[in-house]
Design a protein around this ligand. Sequence first.
Ligand code: NAD
Length: 484
Amino acid sequence: MVSRVIPVDDFDLVIFGGTGDLARRKILPGLFRRFMAGQMPASSRIIGAARSELDQDGYQKEVAKALEEFLPKDARPKDQVTAFLETLDYVAIDAMGEGGWDTLSKKLRPDVIRAFYFSVAPSLFGALAERLHGHACAGPSCRIVVEKPFGRDLASAKELNKTLRDHFDERQIYRIDHYLGKETVQNLMAVRFGNVLFEPLWNAQHVDHVQITVSESVGVDGRGAYYDKSGAMRDMVQNHLMQLLCLTAMEPPSRFDPDAVRDEKLKVIRALDPVDPDDIVRGQYTSPEKGKGYLEQVEDPNSRTESFIAMKIAVSNWRWAGVPFYLRTGKRLKARNSEIAIVFKEVPHSIFDQDEARHRNVLTIRLQPNEGMDLSVTIKEPGPGGMRLVDVPLDMSFAEALGPDAEDVPDAYERLIMDVIRGNQTLFMRGDEVEAAWAWTDPLIKGWTERGDRPVTYETGSTGPEEAAMLLHREGRRWREIKP
Ligand code: NAD
């Protein structure tokens, strides 16, 4: 299979926070990979803008170091790195002050696509937006990219939306949720809407339940102070898991275009029922190792913030009536493993006498590791011994199916940045979607805060608290294994 890389048009991309962690770890290595793939034109320019007093040469050296740190040696041929560094420029700028803005304005070219990546704290968004306009950097065709967190509740998200919309149209605002840039997540749409096979089964008549798991093996190490102010619900569920749920549950959009897709996702969020407190399990990890338990890694030793959450959610519409969506996410779990599993119902009647096990088809969309999908189907166990049934996977790993081309599959950030340049908002969250997600999240957080609920504990390296297992057991179901 030969992959086709279509170069984007010439662009100027300004990265505010161009010396920060996100820029060094994700944005710049991602741009370099697109440059290597021939997708980023060599005439394009990336302008780092941050507080550090650097010049162009100094910034190029910084970025060279970041590429060394975050890309394997064979993924950064010297001549390509040199050519990529040529595209970089830098302006020392203070979002809150006036210095540097005129210089930036002069560096921008008039007739190319212009994008501004706000890779800085959200408290700076307003100041950046004002100065971009005040110094004639921003026009009606430019784009801005903003990062998570998009607010910490409905009120702050509305405030942030207002700040951005005071200066930019919604069609200029690209709110990144990097989960939407993952190859498999888009494949979920391709599989559902590009095949005749699945969509007829994609409903309450045939689906028993859905499980969405995003499990991490790392803890909050070093980020405890920040994390403790948000917790798994704000940090993961309100955005990433919610997006995965929307793509799984949404109706087919009439076209694969940004607003058609986002309209359907919004309808899912609006169809979510409030969650019963008995259907929520929140946990904090403990550790036999000193200093490694959650409460030892955050400032408040009495913190009630959750590092794990599992919940049962109902999507109240015709398609999903009675089908539970089980979500779980947490830190310091057994393995780093993320997937969406559609668990189908059993056959209505088994004709095989000797078959005592319950067999179900499961479609699994693996986000990490080893992105891909598999569909478990029931077959006859080979060999003599009568008609015994066994479940085997029909496996589609991208790495195997696409061969060497799979290595060129862009990672989430690369793809999303190229989408910004192409002006395609399909994989970005719209303002009303984010607000609807907070409107559903807020009462849940308020509920457990007012009740004074304490998270239960779970051991580092486990699959989460026992109570989370019970959430499914009590209904005769079980979580899928978190495989290392
Ligand atoms: P960071 O602290 O590493 O970097 C911040 C950057 O902002 C630096 O380049 C700094 O010079 C610049 N900056 C700070 N104040 C400034 C000012 N007044 N004017 C101009 N520039 C200023 O932060 P980060 O980890 O890179 O995160 C950036 C944003 O991305 C944050 O909003 C964060 O929540 C979000 N984010 C980060 C990650 C991640 O993995 N790092 C992941 C998701 C979202």
